[in-house]
Design a protein around this ligand. Structure first.
Ligand SMILES: Nc1ncnc2c1ncn2[C@@H]1O[C@H](COP(=O)(O)OP(=O)(O)OP(=O)(O)O)[C@@H](O)[C@H]1O
Ligand SMILES: [Mg+2]
Length: 224
């Protein structure tokens, strides 16, 4: 599913103060690409990811996902697109601590309006695909960092999205576990998923098809 961003701006207003975070951003990502986004802290990477992931809207400019203009959709439609097409992975896993691995993934599956039984089956399959069939009943605090991130990836793929967005997915992991997580993303990419990953890890960025750098809200393609 293609991503097309043109002349996009994002600013935040706090009282009288307006912070312009993204300035005239132009990005297009083709179906099936693996793109890395790099840039210093505070440069607007997460802001951009949240917009791409339909969690937030641009202040100005256009964002087209699969040819549809996202900036014009209401919250309800936006949530629908997000659930259907996009899977998110975060640095700090964002798992619900009171639920088991299976329940965390199952909850995401239920958002796609399937029966509880189907949701459970889909969750089980997603976790098994990530080698976690023997950790279904563990809660997040009973899992290692790498296992938590694999549960989070299972949650991200359970509704078979075509795009996976990951914001510093290896930032909380040691380098060996980080490499394993990277291999999972590469594998998902080979199976046809479009991947956009924010990272400051040059090894990860180097594995992508393209690197996009953001500095002070301005986006530049890094030649490879
Ligand atoms: N809701 C908000 N209200 C006001 N300012 C915000 C808001 N969200 C982000 N910002 C500001 O926007 C800028 C970009 O933030 P963002 O989180 O996108 O940076 P980042 O590149 O992801 O940084 P990091 O690498 O540290 O995660 C920062 O200066 C931040 O303070
Ligand atoms: Mg960030």
């Amino acid at each position: 599913m293609a991503i097309n961003i043109q002349s996009l701006y994002k600013s935040y207003q706090n009282g009288d103060e307006i912070t312009e975070v993204l300035k005239d951003v132009n990005i297009s990502v083709k179906d099936g690409e693996f793109v890395a986004i790099t840039g210093p802290s505070g440069s607007g990477k997460s802001t951009l990811m949240n917009i791409i992931g339909c969690l937030d809207r641009p202040s100005r400019g256009s964002y087209q996902l699969a040819g549809e203009d996202i900036s014009k959709l209401n919250d309800y439609k936006l949530a629908g697109i997000r659930n259907k097409h996009i899977g998110f992975v975060f640095q700090s896993f964002n798992l619900l601590p009171q639920y088991t691995a299976l329940e965390n993934v199952e909850l995401a599956a239920l958002y796609s309006k399937v029966s509880p039984r189907t949701a459970r089956d889909k969750a089980r399959n997603a976790l098994a695909a990530l080698g976690l069939e023997d950790r279904l009943k563990h809660r997040p605090n009973q899992l290692s960092g790498g296992q938590k991130q694999r549960v989070a990836i299972a949650r991200a793929i359970v509704n078979t999205p075509s795009i996976i967005l990951a914001d510093e997915p290896t930032g909380s992991l040691d380098s060996k576990t980080g490499r394993e997580v990277l291999d999972i993303f590469k594998d998902l990419n080979q199976k046809g998923k479009t991947i956009v990953v924010v990272t400051h890890d040059l090894e990860i960025a180097g594995q992508a098809n393209r690197i996009i750098n953001i500095k002070d809200g301005i986006v530049q393609e890094v030649p490879q």
